[in-house]
Write a protein that binds this ligand. Sequence first.
Ligand code: GLU
Length: 454
Amino acid sequence: MVERFKPIRFSRAGIRGLKASATIAINDRVREIWDAGRNVYHLAFGESRFPIHPKIAAALGANAHRRSYTSALGIPELRKVIAAHYQRRFELDIAPEQVVVGPGSKSLIFSALMALGEEVIIPQPSWVSYGPQAHILGKPVTFVPTRPETNYELELDVLESQIRESRQNWGNPEVFIVNSPKNPTGTVMRPEKVEALAGFAREHELMVLSDEIYALTVFSAVPHVSMSRFYPEGTVVFGGLSKSLPLGGWRVGTAIIPRDNGGKALTQAMSNIASNIWTCTPAPVQYAALVAYSDDPEIEEYIDICRRMHAIRTRFLYRTMKSLGVPCVEPAGAFYIYPSFERWREQLAARGVHNDNELAFHLIDRYEIATLPGSDFHAAQDFCLRISSSYIDAATDEKADMLLSAFREDPDPERFIRNQHPRLQKVAERFGEFVAELRREAGEPETVPSLAVV
Ligand code: GLU
């Protein structure tokens, strides 16, 4: 029970049962461990840590004098540039009026959720904050489980039955959150699936909030296709500068709203929310973002270099898991893998580890490896971990600079890992030790972690 303090008393609305964002909480915890001079391998946070591009850094400096409030929806120049960017990179026919700029896509998802619908549909697993945002807004959630066997893609029959069941219980799911490339699995939805889901959403009159913030990080043959291509009248597309470029702390988020009158009303609603809560996205950052979204060939090349570096690091972790016999779906974008340790449930129980949360603690305590449990991602299966490649060997700016120069000089994946990633290799070794122990206890043959990357 929370103590009562006078005169501070807590409101039940929104706060009851609300936990801190798991990603932000573990990131703070890891920093505390580092500040105390102890080691931990940070695989728990999804932040692109590569250096800032000098042109973008210069643009921020040059715009430091922009000290006035801006429109809640973003400066018109930026909305225009973002619309052109979406047209060119994603083949979406977007007008500047459809673009909303906000302080991070998180705030924009929240304001859209606040504006729209009674209840929310969330796939399992999904990013940590969708559920808590619905909770703050007092909106009931219908969860839809997905399975590793189908690459964690939504299955229409499961989706349909979950919605039906919710309606039978007086529920009214109207807003549907989808996310591809997907956090926490690193999977990318096939274009056919995007189209099928769009058809389903149209037929069931669901409003889709499509979180596409990882769109420019895809590294597999399956291309990213926006939900808005197939269902423009019922999709809000979210994006931002936190993943394709290393600008997470800048908090630049975007939403692309449908063009019709319904979309105009939604834009007005989101503007009203923004103007009463955060007013606007910081002005200097908006002006600097003009450069980031300008489709300047140098910046385009840099986005691509970041994507390739993430791919090598993420695929290395995936190959490590595969070589150890840990079930894990193949990542195709973002910087995450999502292995399952379920098959060693018994051996883990003998160590006092009974769920994924305890497993994450066990890995920090015994192996100095920080990850996040699947349960923080509304997981449908137990004993999964989300492992992020984005921080490791790039924790300091010097290391991040070194990584970039080394990659520019020699982009060979094997050598990039071998010569520039001592800590990532250590992580592979530690996972190797951990899994070897479990396998021994289970009477399974031994495995060694592979250092292969492709
Ligand atoms: N999206 C990132 C992650 O999943 C971190 C930022 C956040 O959760 O707000 O690790």
